[in-house]
Each structure stands twice: as structure tokens, then as C-alpha cells.
Design a protein around this ligand. Structure first.
Ligand code: SF4
Ligand code: SF4
Length: 195
């Protein structure tokens, strides 16, 4: 289907009416704030940011941080899946290598020597959280990340772990050990199978 494009009228080609229309909106807001004490941001429900921080909704996906388990151990096992899947290549992981750092918990082969997220690149897409087999990285509620230099926007492992805190209620390896123990009994009874 061919859509006929209407030619611009004389006044539309001048652009002056559109510019005048824009000035009218600006003037209306200016007059409302100066003479009537209105605050457009407040009326829209945004409050006086940054003095009053914006309250994020439940399920909001902000900056991704590393988390520790309930015992304070590093959950990340340096598998690098998140680094591979990250669309803007914001994650950089240095695995421990041969002489490497030992994992600080049982049932984990290794943990990263270094783990960096470049927050200037991160688009808060959540792929890292989705792909992580260890539930070690979560998008949290931080949306206002500021720094004086570009270098400060690259968050290292210690900073990511400090910001991420403990993610209570997750203890994947304990759950796996319990499952394995249950399966030692053979044959498996129907009530032992988890939905
Ligand atoms: S949220 Fe997306 S862009 Fe940010 S680090 Fe994770 S995968 Fe990369
Ligand atoms: S955060 Fe998860 S996906 Fe990324 S390296 Fe660590 S264990 Fe692997």
C-alpha cells in the first residue's frame, strides 16, 4: 500500500508556528511555578529529586552486584557465563588460574581472582542474573550511579560484593546435598520427587 504524504503547508514550512507553540508551553510552566507556586515534577509524582530519591517499584532492575550466601561466602565460581552473555561486554572476569585462589566455601571448585563490571557500559538487561548457575549475581535497585572519573565507574569484585550483600534464602549447594541424600534411597518413592 502506498501512503500519500501530505505536502507541508506554507505555515508548516516556516516552522515559526511550531516554535511559538513550544514557547507557549514553556511560558505556561514558568508562569505556573513563579506566580502560582506549582511544581511540575511534584505534580507528576516525581518529588524533588535528588533531595527526595525516587522510590523504585517492586521488581525494578537496577545495577547488578555480586552476592554472598548466608554464611558470607562468595557464591560466584568464575564460570564466566555472564561475561560471555553480557551484550555490551561490561563484565570482565579474571579466573584464579593454576596457582589460584581457593574458593572460600565447600563444593566450589574456584572463585574469581577479579570480577569487574563497567557500569558505564551496563544496560541493566539482567542477562547475567538469568544465566548465572550459582545465583551469584542479582540486579538490585540502584539506578543513580555517579562518579568523578570513568575509572570509578568500573566496580571491582570487593565493591560488587560489598554492594550486593547477602542474598538470604539461597543456599544452592545445601539444597543439592539434601537432594542427593534423598536420592540415595532406591527406588525413589513418588512423594520424594519434587514438583
Ligand atoms: S545487566 Fe546486562 S549489561 Fe549489565 S552486566 Fe549484566 S548482562 Fe551485562
Ligand atoms: S556471576 Fe555467576 S555466571 Fe558469572 S562467573 Fe560467577 S558464577 Fe558464573
Amino acid at each position: 500500500m502506498i501512503v500519500d504524504r501530505k505536502p507541508l503547508t506554507f505555515w508548516e514550512r516556516l516552522y515559526l508556528p511550531a516554535i511559538w507553540g513550544g514557547f507557549k508551553v514553556t511560558w505556561r510552566h514558568f508562569a505556573n511555578s513563579v506566580f502560582r507556586g506549582h511544581n511540575t515534577a511534584k505534580e507528576l509524582g516525581d518529588g524533588y529529586y535528588p533531595e527526595v530519591p525516587w522510590k523504585v517499584a517492586e521488581g525494578y532492575r537496577g545495577a547488578p552486584y555480586l552476592v554472598r550466601d548466608q554464611d558470607g561466602n562468595t557464591k560466584c565460581v568464575s564460570c564466566q557465563l555472564c561475561e560471555f552473555v553480557c551484550p555490551p561486554k561490561a563484565i570482565r572476569i579474571i579466573p584464579p588460574g593454576d596457582s589460584g585462589l581457593k574458593a572460600d566455601r565447600a563444593n566450589a571448585e574456584k572463585m574469581p581472582k577479579e570480577f569487574e563490571i563497567n557500569m558505564l557500559r551496563c544496560i541493566f538487561c539482567g542477562f547475567c542474573q538469568e544465566v548465572c548457575p550459582e545465583e551469584a549475581i542479582f540486579l538490585q535497585k540502584d539506578y543513580s550511579l555517579t562518579a568523578l572519573t570513568r575509572g570509578e565507574m568500573i566496580y571491582d569484585k570487593e565493591k560488587l560484593l560489598a554492594l550486593g550483600g547477602t542474598h538470604a534464602g539461597i543456599q544452592k549447594w545445601k539444597q543439592k546435598a539434601d537432594e542427593a541424600k534423598e536420592q540415595e534411597t532406591f527406588p525413589v518413592k513418588p512423594e520424594m520427587i519434587r514438583p
